[in-house]
Design a protein around this ligand. Structure first.
Ligand code: SF4
Length: 354
């Protein structure tokens, strides 16, 4: 069951409550380059991002932000680290939300200023705790631990709560997966604040996706998480793709087709690895809304193949240099390996009318 959180709004996007768990990523372009940043935001929108974050390191970036928010369909979150004045300027420039790291903003009064501005302008704030930049006193007292991460978040929360401002969410990230998961579980125990979930600095696309899947996935399965980001040392669109795979695997939100394929073995008598990759690529070419909730099975032989292919919406179960094509539980034809992908995609396209 999903952990109960209150609903907040980042621009027009509701986060928390019963609302869909949103996907976000962060641009790696220079924010001051409006054209390139908008181009990347559009790529992220197409990849399924509901929210996009951009770093705002100086006043020039604030100027660029004014134009970026104007042309972006997706709500924009400004990422601020040390200078609270940039957070205020970013809100004034039109950012839907500012991300503040309590370990870096240095002082409650400065944070209060940001909160009052967000409250006045009806914007959102993310309190983004990062285990790599915890306040010194917490590090001295508790070291790098769940207690220091959770205390940092709870202490920061006192500022908006004292001002009667509730349109904020919290993240408690670390690159250490068990520590992150523990921190979220502990924090969620006695609060209804919406949670942005992720594993920070998770690594390269391969390793980072696995670490994020373990961390974010286990939290989602515990009902925790209202918005997620997969942090990868890779192009941001890859983060969106990984985030959607995690949401889909956790059974909480689907976008596009779900492909079930077998790992291949000595019984495989076709080039199934290539066939599965081609099917995946071809499905990506179809508008995701047409394919949402559709499963396609790509199976190597008669052992488990027909069973999986029959259960999926569409499927292929291969034999010696050939394969059976299934549609909604029925075998519709047997074709040669060379035309298997083409015929399967033709069947899918005809069935969903694209
Ligand atoms: S479905 Fe068949 S080919 Fe694929 S792994 Fe299982 S037994 Fe092997």
């Amino acid at each position: 069951m999903r952990h109960k959180t209150r609903t907040i709004y980042v621009g027009v996007l509701p986060i928390g409550g019963e609302h869909p768990i949103s996907v976000q990523s962060m641009c790696n372009t220079d924010t001051r380059d409006v054209k390139k940043t908008l181009e990347q935001i559009r790529q992220l929108e197409a990849a399924g991002c509901d929210l996009v974050r951009v770093a705002v390191p100086d006043k020039q970036a604030v100027q660029a932000l004014k134009q970026i928010v104007q042309y972006s369909k997706t709500p924009i979150i400004a990422d601020i680290h040390f200078d609270h004045k940039l957070a205020v300027l970013s809100l004034e420039a039109g950012a839907a939300c500012v991300r503040i790291n309590p370990g870096n903003i240095r002082g409650r009064e400065r944070f209060r200023e940001v909160v009052l501005c967000a409250k006045d302008m009806k914007r959102a704030v993310r309190i983004g705790v990062n285990s790599g930049s915890l306040e010194q006193d917490l590090q001295d007292r508790f070291g790098l631990s769940t207690t220091s991460i959770v205390t940092s978040a709870k202490r920061a929360m006192e500022v908006p709560e004292k001002e009667g401002f509730t349109n904020f969410k919290v993240s408690l990230k670390s690159s250490n997966v068990p520590l992150t998961v523990q921190a979220y579980l502990e924090f969620a125990r006695d609060t209804d604040v919406p949670l942005h979930v992720g594993i920070t600095e998770a690594g390269s696309e391969y390793a980072g996706s696995i670490r994020s899947a373990v961390g974010i996935g286990s939290l989602l399965l515990s009902g925790i998480g209202d918005t997620i980001r997969v942090s990868l040392t890779a192009e941001p669109v890859r983060e969106a793709a990984a985030a959607w795979e995690i949401l889909s695997a956790a059974g909480v939100r689907r976008r596009g087709v779900e492909i079930i394929s077998c790992p291949t073995c000595a019984r495989t008598e076709v080039d199934l690895i290539s066939i599965a990759a081609q099917v995946e690529n071809e499905c990506k070419k179809i508008e995701s809304s047409k394919l949402s909730k559709i499963t396609v099975a790509v199976m190597g032989c008669a052992v488990n193949g027909p069973g999986e292919a029959r259960t999926a919406d569409f499927g292929i179960a291969c034999g010696k240099k050939c394969g059976l094509i299934f549609s909604h539980g029925e075998i519709i034809k047997k074709v040669d390996e060379k035309i298997l992908v083409r015929e399967l995609m033709k069947t899918i396209r005809e069935s969903i009318d694209v």
